[in-house]
Design a protein around this ligand. Structure first.
Ligand SMILES: [Mn+2]
Length: 438
């Protein structure tokens, strides 16, 4: 078989003092901590779209990368080579999971029938490569945003034929994900939103969107797909307003349409910050409301206002994120998908390795620190003490629903209540978080 990264070899774990850049200093896949291996805690995945399909273009400039698996002119031959390159990379990197969109791995044909044939051929190839390299599919998805037919949305399109086409595409992508034993299926509605209200009936569009998701949930039952259905929130880009703005918006939408038990969320670091939240807020909100599913592990650039999808290197942010996930019981079917792009000046093939090594070591180092925090639980203890009065007589009576405003007014007057503030200790707690990072 052709080798696409001949100069690069399996990446070893060498410990924090390693002098070799092409080694892991923290990620020791099989090392057990807190009852599970690092691999089982983190469930790291590599994505096909940014790492093997994207060639370095941005909205101001053309491609900068030259990839050996993209030289082939015949689209199906090129697609097969991309799969081989992807699995060689996964194997050398030593990561267990991958994720894909239908369009990253298989070219669109002249008709839907041809497109279906292409994806089914690639599915067979993925199946062979998965068996050969012992890799697993974290999730699959359908690209319902690149083709011009989706410029006004997929399920939210004013044209029911586009809805039907999107349904056919998702059915096929779910079938392939199911056959490859994928653990989740993701919906990212890049065009499920609008650019101007002047031409948009947003009530109708949300109803259409909900119908589509109900159909997907019904189809999951029909084929016996055991994975989790996930919605990935994002506030804007490419649409001006997107219906899946953030975890709270998605939760409200799911509840309105009776879908809250059928879908969870796939939270992305950079999407959280685009929505004006911290990554931690999005995770905490999803866990608190029973809709936490999986993570797209990336980060944005604080100087740029768009989705830069950078490899994780912010230790503090990821330590706190992983601590929250551990407190929430850890991943079930989800994991940490590196939905991440190289910078477009990182043109060497080796840069793909450096980027993933940095991202994975960040996640591993964050896990080690997060486990320390989890064991000591300094924030949990602090929060428990902070709300302790709600377990006493007055607090309990308020929450019981048995007292009303007049009753509380009488209580304040008769007991001469004059509450005094207590320190929130934010700086102390921030210091404790930083100290956990070794
Ligand atoms: Mn993503």
């Amino acid at each position: 078989m052709k080798e696409y990264f001949p100069k690069l070899h399996a990446i070893p774990y060498e410990g924090p003092n390693s002098k070799k850049h092409l080694s892991f200093r923290y990620y020791d896949a099989k090392k057990k901590i807190l009852g599970k291996s690092m691999e089982e805690h983190l469930r790291i995945a590599v994505c096909f779209w940014h790492s093997f399909s994207w060639l370095g273009s941005d909205m101001f400039g053309m491609n900068t990368f030259e990839r050996p698996w993209m030289r082939e002119k015949d689209p199906m031959k090129a697609a097969l080579q991309k799969i081989e390159a992807g699995f060689e990379f996964l194997d050398k990197l030593g990561v267990k999971y991958f994720c894909f969109h239908d369009r990253d791995v298989a070219p669109e044909g002249k008709t839907f029938r041809e497109t279906k044939k292409n994806l089914e051929r690639i599915k067979d190839k993925m199946q062979e490569e998965m068996a050969r390299t012992k890799k697993e599919l974290l999730w699959g998805t359908a690209n319902l945003f690149s083709h011009p037919r989706y410029m006004a949305g997929a399920s939210t399109n004013p044209d029911p034929e586009v809805f039907a086409y999107a349904a056919a595409q998702v059915k096929l992508a779910m079938d392939v994900t199911h056959e490859l034993k994928g653990q989740n299926y993701v919906f990212w509605g890049g065009r499920e939103g609008y650019d101007t209200l002047l031409n948009t009936d947003l009530v109708r569009e949300e109803n259409q969107f909900a119908r589509f998701l109900h159909m997907a949930a019904d189809y999951k039952e029909k084929i016996g797909f055991q994975g989790t259905l996930l919605i990935e929130p994002k506030p804007r880009e490419p649409s001006t307003h997107q219906y899946d703005y953030d975890s709270a918006t998605v939760f409200a939408f799911l509840q309105k349409y009776g879908l809250e038990k059928k879908f969870k969320v796939n939270i992305e670091g950079n999407h959280a910050t685009l929505a004006g939240h911290s990554f931690a807020h999005e995770i905490a909100y999803a866990i608190a409301n029973g809709i936490f599913g999986s993570i797209d592990a990336n980060q944005g650039d604080p100087q740029l206002g768009w989705d830069t999808d950078q490899f994780p290197h912010n230790l503090q942010e990821f330590t706190y994120a992983i601590y929250l996930i551990l407190k929430g019981g850890g991943f079930r079917t989800g994991g940490l998908n590196l939905d991440t792009k190289l910078r477009r000046q990182s043109i060497d093939l080796e840069d793909l390795f450096h980027a993933h090594i940095c991202g994975i070591d960040t996640l591993a180092r964050a896990l080690i620190a997060a486990i320390e925090l989890y064991k000591k639980d300094p924030f949990g203890k602090f929060q428990k003490a902070r709300y302790a009065d709600w377990k006493r007589k007055l607090g309990k009576s308020i929450l019981s629903g048995k007292v009303d405003f007049p009753h509380l007014s009488t209580t304040v007057i008769s007991r001469n209540i004059e509450p005094r503030g207590v320190s929130g200790k934010q700086e102390l707690l921030e210091n404790i978080l930083n100290q956990a990072i070794q």
